[in-house]
Design a protein around this ligand. Structure first.
Ligand code: SF4
Length: 435
């Protein structure tokens, strides 16, 4: 039913949360566009009359941001600046009934697997021929590629399986076609993402098929960098590292969230691995590819975490000297198996522990960066800001890792590769000149 203003519909999609949500929003944009519906992503202008908020429901901070964003859009609607506010994504999947009651101004709520229903609201058809196609919201030279949905793991702190369901892999052929389509549109770098990357294929092929997928993607002409995110450490298929070593366009980069390092915590988190096994795994990976860039993620403040546990994590970082580390504070999530544990630590104490851990990593990162001064790296130029170009090496993923700062003494091609000699190094970022 058209509103009385008869404004031509224009949809703004606001994406919150992780890169997997970014892909979902891009798929929705692609479907709307293919149905001749005007769609923009993250528009700050008031050039649209309909908003779709793609929410995150993972942890407290993310949920708060999602609710605040919804309330902001509802306020715009109340002021007549918007005709419709739709909400989709993980927050809806988890709290639909409460949300429908608490924020009745929202016109419709959609879960994580309800794309056809969203399209119906726009009298648009779901175009299955578009599978693998989407409207990119990232700069043209890189894109995320989601190789599967959902997760079969049972990490006790994690609500993702509640929102994303069981693990479902996308067929190799579909992903290769998707990659070829992305390259045709100028993409040179792809971040492979999933809830749990290494589980790929166990559902549809009854065996781990990430190595086969990597070989197939590495064959895509024009795809210069393939990057692996969200690998799970337990029963880690080492063949992945052999393919990485063999294939020059697969970055020597591995993001493998480990979450903790003390055995009592790993057990309580149901991570299905021990510290000793993680030590061996990291040692084996580094033995196969010396100099590989290892990124990990840790949780501080899990129920029952002692001072000794925190010291174990700090010693673990000193021992393994990861290249990139992110630390989250534990969020007590209902309907997860950890919810039954006593969450006694105050948020301040959790943040103090996270800070303590990051201070250890900051020093390690600084020292490792010093070793890069004088060396040359292939760098992709992402953008120009304040008279400087910002780029990344093969050891830095988008949004989460370090940047290379290049003073703009000459015009550099955004989205292209240049060789850079490092002249200065900071805690995280590097500075250099084109050679
Ligand atoms: S593997 Fe990741 S997504 Fe799956 S349950 Fe564990 S933390 Fe959650």
């Amino acid at each position: 039913m058209k509103t009385k203003t008869l404004r031509k519909d224009k949809v703004n999609i606001i994406t919150l949360g992780c890169s997997k949500n970014v892909v979902d929003s891009e798929v929705l944009s692609g479907q709307l566009r293919a149905n001749d519906i005007n769609v923009v992503h993250e528009s700050k202008k008031s050039d649209h009359n309909i908003v779709v908020v793609n929410t995150c429901g993972f942890i407290d901070k993310a949920k708060e941001e999602s609710v605040n964003t919804i309330l902001d859009q509802v306020a715009l609607k109340k002021r007549g600046r918007l005709d419709k506010v739709y909400v989709t994504g993980c927050l809806t999947e988890r709290y639909r009934q409460n949300l429908e009651t608490e924020i009745p101004e929202v016109d419709a709520w959609f879960g994580t697997m309800e794309l056809p229903l969203i399209l119906k609201r726009f009298e648009a058809d779901y175009k299955s021929e578009l599978v693998g196609e989407r409207l990119l919201s990232t700069p043209a030279h890189y894109a995320y590629m989601k190789i599967s949905e959902g997760c079969n793991r049972t990490c006790s702190f994690c609500a993702i399986p509640l929102m994303r369901g069981q693990h479902v892999s996308k067929p190799v052929e579909q992903l290769v076609a998707e990659a070829e389509g992305l390259v045709r549109r100028g993409v040179k770098e792809i971040m492979l993402i999933a809830q749990e990357l290494t589980y790929y294929g166990l559902d549809i092929y009854k065996k781990r098929e990430l190595p086969r997928l990597l070989h197939a993607l590495a064959e895509v002409r024009g795809l210069e960098w393939i990057r692996l995110h969200y690998a799970y450490p337990s029963k880690f298929p080492m063949e992945i590292i052999d393919v990485m070593k063999e294939r020059p366009n697969i970055c020597n980069y591995l993001d493998m969230p480990l979450q903790h390092a003390s055995d009592p915590m790993l057990k309580a988190m149901k991570r299905q691995i021990t510290k000793a096994e993680m030590d061996d795994l990291i040692g084996e990976i580094r033995a196969r590819i010396p100099g590989i860039c290892l990124r990990t993620t840790l949780i501080a403040g899990f129920p029952g975490e002692t001072r000794d546990d925190v010291e174990t994590v700090k010693a673990f970082l000193e021992q393994h000297r990861f290249d990139r580390v992110g630390v989250f504070t534990y969020s007590h999530e209902e309907n997860t198996s950890a919810y039954g544990l006593a969450d006694e630590l105050q948020q301040e104490e959790k943040e103090r522990r996270a800070q303590e851990i990051m201070e250890v990593q900051q020093e390690i990162s600084y020292q490792k960066n010093q070793e890069k001064i004088g060396r040359e790296f292939k760098v992709i130029i992402d953008k120009k800001e304040a008279g400087r170009y910002l780029g990344r090496t093969a050891f830095d993923s988008v949004e989460v890792d370090n940047e290379v700062i290049i003073l703009a003494t000459q015009k550099l091609p955004i989205g292209e590769f240049v060789n850079v000699k490092i002249t200065r190094a900071y805690d995280y970022d590097l500075e250099g000149e084109v050679v």
